[in-house]
Write a protein that binds this ligand. Structure first.
Ligand SMILES: C=CC1=C(C)c2cc3[nH]c(cc4nc(cc5[nH]c(cc1n2)c(C)c5CCC(=O)O)C(CCC(=O)O)=C4C)c(C)c3C=C
Ligand code: FE2
Length: 478
């Protein structure tokens, strides 16, 4: 699991399942390195049983749960935690001081239009996100007009897709169900929590979820984006919004927060995926002949090449781990990975799902099992793009037997693993720090702003009315 404290969008503290060392039997000293002093607090602490621990090492890095972090700072300021074993000690009270701890879990997700009427405004929110359309700084003031233009052009095509799956996205309903199941799972593991859902582009928006967290006087928050792999365009974007909200609010900026940046490598997730795949393979008459076809949501190539998005590497590692798990179960099928759902006139991660399907058909592959791998709920891109468009394309290309693995949804082993991820992340929470960066200061310089506006408008004028640009939109967005 890759969890960070609340101080940066890209992973800062690289953790794995066994990354933290924790032992029992000592009253911890200060944990100032994590932002608060656990032993000199005047509060009385009453900790959830599952998180109640104390540490025995002479480290001064234990947190209020007594978790001893034998972490190092890298030369560039990243915190790395060397491998070790950590266990939760059940009922041991760590300190003489206790306080009421109210733990919240915030599930972050994309959100989707609930009716056809919502489609264009939903698309507007999506394209207005600077992590989805990444304009050079000089052009950033064009984000909203561009979002308006693209959302209006794209809406008819998107509406067709949503109409084909019943008139709206199932994402809100499924995410709410996952939230309920996670709450139950955590209760069964002795960690009673409130679970909140915060969507990036539609209701309930992240801002609404955060308001509720504040109203409920949550004292410690675990943020769990429902994307197994980290991308700037998904988890990165949601965390950026969250950071903006927290930094502006005195109560929130003091709240200890732990973010689970990615969790594709967790054993429980990998095993749950392998369970679904092996179950679906059984449906084919000759299971060993089936090509396992992982289809991930794409991102523009520049995200990976220029902006350092770890999404592609994480995706490849994820597929490697799932295949390794399948091999350990005696399943040795061939497999391949391709990227779907590209939008707009730029290069996306390759190979493209539609092109690979045609190639496989031409090469004589007769049986194929599609595995959506970047998302854990059914959504438009599984229900419409894979089940309808890609299936039709595959059958036309010579593939005779088609199957598709369902999204994990509320699969019990998966939900239990998410619960474990929360339990592991909770003790690592630290308050958000609020330093203003130099670039933020520069942004408020009025002279620079006027210069940018002038040149930006000029370039935008040229861009908007260039025939090449108009053709690009016509070809790729409508
Ligand atoms: C890991 C998953 C996702 C990544 C990465 C991602 C990047 C990304 N998406 C777009 C554009 C669109 N995405 C749309 C819907 C959509 N996207 C994801 C997931 C990822 N997106 C999901 C789960 C959904 C479906 C939500 C639902 O309603 O069920 C859409 C709208 C649908 C459509 O018109 O096709 C667009 C547009 C970009 C540009 C991007 C990376 C930059
Ligand atoms: Fe998307």
């Amino acid at each position: 699991m890759d969890a960070t404290s609340f101080s940066g969008v890209l992973p800062q503290m690289k953790l794995s399942h066994s990354d933290h060392k924790l032992s029992i039997g000592r009253s911890c000293s200060s944990s100032r390195s994590l932002g608060f002093d656990s032993c000199h607090s005047s509060k009385r602490l009453r900790l959830p049983k599952q998180l109640t621990v104390s540490c025995s090492t002479p480290s001064d890095k234990g947190d209020m749960f007594g978790v001893s972090h034998s972490c190092k700072k890298s030369p560039v300021g990243e915190t790395y935690c060397p491998a070790g074993v950590y266990t939760y000690a059940g009922t041991v009270e760590p300190h003489s001081h206790t306080a009421e701890e109210k733990v919240g879990v915030l599930l972050l997700n994309l959100g989707g239009p609930e009716t056809l009427h919502d489609v264009q405004p939903f698309l507007f929110n999506l394209f207005a996100d600077p992590d989805i359309i990444r304009l050079p700084r000089l052009f950033q003031f064009l984000q909203q007009p561009l979002a308006k233009l693209i959302s209006v052009l794209r809406a008819p095509k998107s509406k067709e897709g949503y109409a084909a799956i019943g008139g709206g996205s199932p994402l809100r309903k499924i995410t709410d169900e996952q939230a309920n199941e996670l709450k139950k799972a955590l209760k069964s593991k002795d960690l009673p929590v409130n679970v909140y859902v915060g969507m990036r582009y539609w209701y309930p928006f992240t801002e609404e979820a955060v308001q509720q967290i504040k109203k409920d006087r949550i004292t410690r928050l675990v943020v769990l984006p429902l994307y197994p792999q980290f991308s700037i365009s998904t988890t990165g974007s949601s965390i950026r919004v969250l950071q903006d909200i927290f930094r502006k609010d005195a109560y929130l900026s003091r709240m200890p927060v732990s973010i689970i940046n990615s969790w594709y490598q967790r054993e429980g997730y990998i095993k749950s995926m392998a369970d679904l795949i092996s179950k679906e393979l059984e449906i084919f008459s000759e299971p060993e002949q089936v090509m396992i076809f992982f289809s991930a949501h794409g991102v523009p190539e520049s995200y990976v090449k220029d902006a350092g998005d770890p999404y592609k590497d994480q995706m490849e590692e994820c597929i490697f781990l799932i295949m390794k798990e399948l091999k350990s179960r005696g399943i040795n099928n061939e497999h391949t990975l391709a990227y779907q759902s590209r939008v707009g006139p730029v290069q996306w991660l390759k190979p493209y799902t539609d092109e690979v399907l045609v190639e496989l058909g031409q090469k004589g592959v007769k049986s194929l099992l599609a595995v959506p791998v970047s998302f854990v709920s059914e959504h438009i891109e599984t229900l419409e793009e894979i089940d309808m468009e890609y299936k039709e394309l595959a059958l036309e290309s010579g593939i005779e037997n088609w199957g598709r693995v369902p999204a994990l949804g509320c699969t019990p082993s998966f939900i239990m693993d998410l619960a474990d991820a929360v339990i592991e992340a909770a003790p690592l929470a630290t308050p958000i720090s609020t330093p203003r960066t130099i670039s933020e200061e520069v942004d408020h310089d009025p002279a620079r702003y006027v210069i940018k506006l002038f040149f930006g408008s000029f370039l935008a004028f040229i861009l908007f009315f260039s025939p090449k640009m108009i053709m690009a939109f016509r070809n790729h967005l409508i």
